[in-house]
Ligand binder design. Structure first.
Ligand code: G
Ligand code: G
Ligand code: MN
Ligand code: NA
Length: 257
C-alpha cells in the first residue's frame, strides 16, 4: 500500500528516470540498439526495483500513465541523440500486457511519434508471449497496426511463457529475445545448449532476428557467435546506465569487447 501511494505521486514528483542498456550486433560488435529500463527513486525507500513496482502499476492501472511517460521519454531521448549527431540506433521499450491491450494504444503511440519527431523505424516494442493468450485475430490485428506505423516488435523473455509456438509464424514480429535463464549455462549445461541452438535455428528459419539476453561471459558470447546468434545484451557489454553513460557508449569508436 505504501508503494501504491508512492507510485501515485511519483510521476508528478519526477521520481522516475530511464536507464538504457545497449544491444550489440554480434558479428560487427557494434551497438545497434538499446533497451529503456525504468528506475524509481522513492523519497524514503530509495531505489525500488521495477520487478516490484511494475506489477503494482499493472494491478492499479497506473501503468497507463507511467507507460505513456516511459514511451514519450524514450522517443524524445532517442530523437535528441540523433539530432545531436550520435549514430542512430533502435530504442526498445518494454510494454505491459495491459498497455498492449489498451483501446487507444496504437493511436497514442502514433501521437507520441509525431510529437517527438522520432522516425518509427528507430522504435521497437518488447512484449512477452503473454499477449498470445487473447483471441488470435485480435492480437494479429493489433500487431499489424503497430507494424504499419513502422515500429518493430520483439518477444521478450522468449521460452518462459506461452506453451504453444504456433503463434510465431502467424504474428508479425521481428525479433526473439532468448530469456537469460537459458543463456546462463549455455557453456555448461547440454540442455540449455540444445535449447538455445534450437531457438536460434527456429528464429532464422522463420526469418526472425534473435537476441540473447543476460550475456555475462566471453564463453557465452563465443558460443553465441559460433551458433550465428544475431544480437546480444548483458553485463558483459554494459549494465543499464543513465543517459550520460549511454552517450559515452554511443560515442566510443572502439568496438565493444
Ligand atoms: O531493469 P530490471 O532488470 O530491474 O527490470 C525488472 C523487470 O521490470 C523486467 O522484467 C523488466 O522487463 C521490467 N521493466 C523494466 N523497465 C520497464 C518498463 O519501462 N516498462 C515495463 N512494462 N517493464 C519494465
Ligand atoms: O524482462 P526484461 O528482459 O525486460 O528484463 C531486463 C532486466 O534484465 C533489466 O532489469 C536488467 O537489469 C537485467 N539484466 C540485463 N542484463 C543482465 C545480465 O547480463 N545479467 C543479469 N542477471 N541481468 C541482466
Ligand atoms: Mn525487456
Ligand atoms: Na527479458
Amino acid at each position: 500500500l505504501e508503494l501504491e501511494q508512492g507510485l501515485r505521486k511519483a510521476l508528478e514528483q519526477q521520481e522516475f528516470d530511464l536507464y538504457y542498456q545497449p544491444k550489440i550486433h554480434i558479428r560487427t560488435r557494434k551497438i545497434i540498439g538499446m533497451e529503456a529500463l525504468i528506475r524509481w527513486q522513492h523519497p524514503e525507500l530509495g531505489w525500488v526495483s521495477p520487478g516490484e513496482f511494475i506489477p503494482i502499476a499493472e494491478e492499479t492501472g497506473l501503468i497507463f500513465s507511467i507507460g505513456e511517460w516511459i514511451m514519450r521519454m524514450a522517443c524524445m531521448q532517442n530523437k535528441a541523440w540523433q539530432s545531436q549527431g550520435y549514430p542512430p540506433v533502435r530504442m526498445a521499450v518494454n510494454l505491459s500486457l495491459r498497455q498492449f491491450n489498451q483501446e487507444h494504444f496504437v493511436s497514442g503511440l502514433a501521437q507520441i511519434l509525431a510529437e517527438t519527431g522520432l522516425d518509427a523505424r528507430w522504435l521497437e516494442l518488447e512484449i512477452t508471449e503473454s499477449i498470445a493468450i487473447r483471441n488470435e485475430k485480435y492480437v494479429i490485428n493489433r500487431l499489424q497496426a503497430i507494424k504499419e506505423l513502422g515500429v518493430s516488435i520483439s518477444i521478450d523473455d522468449f521460452g518462459t511463457g506461452y506453451s504453444s509456438l504456433s503463434y510465431l509464424k502467424k504474428f508479425p514480429i521481428d525479433t526473439l529475445k532468448i530469456d537469460r535463464a537459458f543463456v546462463r549455462d549455455i557453456a555448461k549445461s547440454s540442455d540449455d545448449t540444445a535449447i538455445v541452438q534450437a531457438i536460434i535455428a527456429m528464429a532464422h528459419s522463420l526469418k526472425l532476428r534473435v537476441l540473447a539476453e543476460g550475456v555475462e561471459t566471453k564463453e557465452q558470447l563465443a558460443f553465441l557467435r559460433r551458433h550465428a546468434c544475431d544480437e546480444a545484451q548483458g553485463y558483459l557489454f554494459s549494465r543499464p546506465v543513465p543517459a550520460d553513460g549511454m552517450e559515452k557508449l554511443l560515442s566510443r569508436r572502439i568496438p565493444l569487447k
